[in-house]
Design a protein around this ligand. Structure first.
Ligand SMILES: Cc1ncc(COP(=O)(O)O)c(C=O)c1O
Length: 400
């Protein structure tokens, strides 16, 4: 199997050469292309955007707005639908604080699922508290997939907004987002999809999915931290009030009257993350250059290998058992705390994530407080998987 590890300079560093990195779901390592593009931009074309009439500012503005087009193409839409944010978290908060405060009223229902990241729970619970609305949750099946019967039943209560993850950050489960959106629309709801774990692994098309809003975060997508994307249907973005006020989001400001810029500028107050956004576009160039066929085949092969190893591992409880999933696996070694296992793995040069993974309601549904999570990305190799499995055996022997 081909390895793509050579694209990631962090593994050339002497202290990381033997590292098996299994935490891409938390944050992906950065490809050389992204690092180089950001470096080149800062040493050749950087200035503030949208303001200056001089050459550098024009170049910087072009790079920033080209990045918007690159992101739009990446998810099958056009640039008028793309708002840049600091993160997926900020994008969800933006929706809650604009569309949410405008439309969610006392007695309304917001429907989530039990597999959400806190980023797709807390802003809605805060909004519901403020508005006197109620938050409900669709439940899961024992294999870690969404119980569609529970989802359909919950839709019978006519929620005003339905927010769900495209892919679970804990289990790797891929939700049937297209069907879920269409069912939610039939029930009269607006939909928000958290695509943070989907964007780096699944080819996205906003027209096909048809969600009203879709968000993802740059740093899991091989881009830099401090970058996020909010996709919104144009008529919704146009009708939403601004959230944060400041420079760049206005048309005119008088002492007693302000008119706002059109979306997306209306939602991008202040100097944006110019360098990060250019880096985010570079991460998409990196993925496009590899091609979705190659990415999906590569990650599927690695996932199948790791899944088979985990299923055959005696004394291991695997929580990620959905048929339709990406390479994110949650498990525990029976009778051993996940943190103790992670410490042994660290000594063996294996980086995994442990804890509740910002998904405490999901942990409750799974009947545990913590898991070990191993997630696959484009930097993962077959050798990394062998290193993880042999290190898990070591940990079991030492701690069991
Ligand atoms: C499914 C999911 N949603 C949202 C987030 C939040 O991403 P960020 O912290 O970049 O806003 C994460 C990060 O772990 C995630 O996995």
């Amino acid at each position: 199997m081909e390895s793509f590890k050579h694209h990631f300079p962090i593994f050339e560093n002497e202290s990381n050469q033997a590292l098996a990195y299994f935490d891409s779901a938390s944050s992906a390592q950065k490809p050389k292309h992204v690092i180089e593009v950001m470096n080149r931009f800062q040493t050749s074309s950087y200035a503030n955007v949208h303001r200056g009439l001089y050459r550098l500012s024009a170049e910087s503005t072009t790079a920033y707005e080209n990045a918007r087009r690159t992101v739009a193409n990446f998810i099958g839409t056009d640039e008028n639908h793309i708002v840049f944010t600091r993160s997926a978290t900020e994008a969800i908060n933006l929706i809650a604080n604009t569309w949410g405060t405008q439309h969610i009223k006392a007695g309304d229902i917001i429907l989530l699922t039990e597999m959400e990241h806190h980023a797709n729970i807390v802003p809605w619970v805060m909004l519901a508290k403020q508005a006197g609305a109620k938050v409900e949750y669709a439940s899961l099946l024992p294999d870690g997939s969404l119980d569609m019967k529970s989802y359909e039943k919950a839709l019978e209560n006519n929620p005003k907004l339905v927010a769900f993850t495209h892919v679970s950050n804990v289990l790797g489960t891929i939700n049937s987002v297209k069907d879920m959106v269409s069912q939610a629309h039939n029930a009269g709801a607006i939909t928000v999809i958290d695509g943070s774990q989907a964007a780096p692994h699944i080819r996205l098309n906003m027209v096909d999915i048809d969600s009203d809003f879709y968000v993802f975060t740059g740093h899991k997508n091989y881009g830099p931290t401090g970058t996020g994307v909010l996709y919104g249907k144009k008529e919704l973005l146009d009708a939403m009030p601004p959230w944060q006020g400041g420079g760049d989001m206005i048309e005119t400001v008088a002492f007693d009257n302000i008119t706002f810029a059109k979306a997306p500028a209306k939602f991008e107050a202040g100097t944006p993350n110019i360098v990060g956004t250019v880096g985010l576009a570079a991460s998409i160039e990196f993925l496009n250059a590899l091609g979705w066929g190659v990415i999906e085949t590569h990650e599927k092969a690695l996932s199948e290998k790791l899944e088979a190893e985990l299923i055959n591992f005696n004394g291991l409880t695997l929580y990620s058992r959905a048929v339709n999933k990406i390479g994110v696996f949650s498990f525990n070694l029976n009778g051993i705390h996940s943190s103790d296992v992670a410490m042994v793995l660290d000594k063996c040069n294996v980086a995994v994530r442990t804890g509740h993974h910002c998904a405490q309601p999901l942990m409750k549904a799974l009947g545990t407080e913590h898991t070990i999570r191993a997630s696959i990305g484009l930097s993962t190799t077959e050798d990394d998987i062998d290193q993880l499995i042999s290190s898990l055996h070591k940990a079991q022997k030492m701690l069991g």
